[in-house]
Write a protein that binds this ligand. Structure first.
Ligand SMILES: [Zn+2]
Length: 209
């Protein structure tokens, strides 16, 4: 069944939307997009030009997928995530054109996370809530909530606020046994960072050996 009754969303005439697709209210699907069967796209999403959404992919509400992104089977994108232009997902750790028994390795982009332009997300990772992946980064392992990763392979360079601005050392307002609290100097929101993630940042940024 195709739940496009009521047309409370927009699909450009050049887009291909296969059967059994769910598209939420207020969502816009732009030029030359291809949405495969069984995909589910939530409310108020913006799916940019040339985007490919594979079979059975789940996309939450208020998600922006910029031009020419391919969201392959096995990738899940939660609410309020941002996927920058030409970002690349994979879904096979051992790609061979002749392997018939390949397995899909799932990837999750959590609520509020952002992926910069042209970043590559190797399958099997979780991009944590409100994390920020720098443009062109190659992500090969999990990114913690609010983590900022850059480079190839991507390293944890710091943390960002809900508003996307970097959190600075001087923004720490509480240093607990298992977490720190930063207060954003831009929007004043408080952000809780797990101690284990902070220690990983210290290691990967070269601050402690
Ligand atoms: Zn902020």
């Amino acid at each position: 069944m195709n739940e496009r009754i009521g047309k409370s969303y927009y699909v450009h005439p050049t887009a291909i939307v296969e059967d059994n697709v769910y598209i939420g209210e207020g969502t816009k699907i732009w030029h030359f997009v291809h949405v495969r069967r069984g995909a589910r796209i939530g409310r108020n999403c913006n799916i940019g030009k040339g985007v490919y959404i594979d079979e059975g992919v789940r996309i939450g509400n208020n998600v922006k997928v910029q031009n020419f992104v391919s969201v392959y089977r096995g990738v899940t994108i939660e609410d309020n995530a941002f996927i920058g232009p030409h970002a690349t997902f994979t879904n096979d750790l051992y790609p061979r054109s002749f392997n018939k028994d390949w397995e899909i390795v799932p990837t999750v982009v959590k609520k509020g996370a952002s992926i910069g332009a042209n970043a590559t997300i190797v399958c099997g990772v979780t991009i944590g809530e409100y994390a920020m992946v720098g443009a062109g980064a190659v992500v090969t392992k999990d990114v913690p909530p609010f983590g900022l990763v850059v480079g190839n392979p991507a390293r944890l360079k710091g943390f960002v606020c809900y508003c996307g601005r970097p959190l600075k050392e001087r923004d720490v307002v509480h240093h607990g046994d298992d977490h720190l609290i930063f207060k954003c100097s831009y929007c004043s929101r408080e952000v809780l960072i797990r101690k284990e993630d902070y220690e990983r940042y210290l290691r990967e940024s070269g601050r402690v050996g």
